[in-house]
Design a protein around this ligand. Structure first.
Ligand SMILES: [Zn+2]
Length: 259
């Protein structure tokens, strides 16, 4: 009996070590999130393993891009309080996708219109699960979130004085989105910044389809270039921003990795 317990314990320990190693290698080699960085009027707020962005709308309100991992939204509330604002000042939350570490704080902002790409609504609301090698293991349960404004690829939405352009960027999840706001391209988990400043695609272990993610990134690059939309920086959720415009997305799109 003792022997069985030892064997089972040993196997469990190995599994935990293996899982830790996979997660560590997934996040190693990334440029770290710069907590409090201000880019083009937006502030990046780190929340543990992830970041969200606070964007002033010029009308006494702010919008958030994602709502962090923390169900109490402490870091985001601290940022609002620094501005002399409370949770009611958040009038919109644009979700890049529905993974738990991006929607954690949504319930803390009761006045916010919650927005996500229409294809992402079932995941954000917890009616379906994600399909990545690791994310498919997570239990599916209602998140308590109701997406009050489903968004569509190519649409522009007006939030106070700010325009947000919506792009489908499927692959990391089926309804992942990118938002172009004030020249900042928020890409959620659809891309990361390597420690030497290059754009790398979404982490395969947490992504529904990395092949689709790569193709989506290349397509987004072509669309942004064709529309001549000004991009000042690309902002991933788990790593620091790429502040050289579209350079890194262009480079990725023309590399073999995008094919
Ligand atoms: Zn994700």
């Amino acid at each position: 009996m003792k022997r069985v317990v030892m064997i089972v314990g040993g196997v469990l320990l190995l599994l935990v070590i293996a899982a830790g190693a996979i997660v560590a290698t997934t996040f190693m080699g990334r440029r770290p999130v710069q907590d409090g960085a201000e880019i083009s009027g937006a502030r990046i707020v780190a929340d543990g393993i992830v970041s969200a962005a606070v964007i002033p709308l010029g009308d006494g309100h702010v919008a958030l891009v994602d709502a962090g991992n923390d169900s109490e939204a402490k870091a985001l509330l601290a940022d609002l309080s620094r501005r002399g604002m409370g949770p009611d000042a958040v009038s919109a939350i644009l979700l890049t996708h529905g993974h738990a570490d991006h929607i954690g704080g949504v319930a803390r902002f009761p006045n916010a219109q919650v927005m996500a790409l229409e294809a992402e609504v079932p995941l954000a609301e917890g009616r379906v699960g994600a399909r990545g090698p690791a994310t498919r293991l997570f239990p599916v349960s209602p998140t308590g979130i109701r997406v009050s404004r489903p968004l569509h690829d190519g649409e522009s939405i007006q939030l106070g004085n700010v325009t947000a352009q919506v792009f489908a960027l499927e692959g990391h999840t089926g309804g992942s989105a990118a938002y172009l706001i004030n020249g900042l391209l928020f890409v959620g988990d659809s891309a990361d910044t390597s420690s030497d400043g290059h754009l790398i695609p979404s982490a395969w272990i947490f992504s529904d389809s990395q092949a689709q993610n790569r193709a989506s990134l290349a397509r987004l690059d072509a669309r942004l270039r064709a529309a001549r939309l000004p991009v000042q920086a690309i902002v991933p959720a788990h790593s620091g921003a790429m502040t050289d415009g579209l350079t890194q997305l262009d480079a990725f799109a023309s590399s073999a990795a995008a094919r």
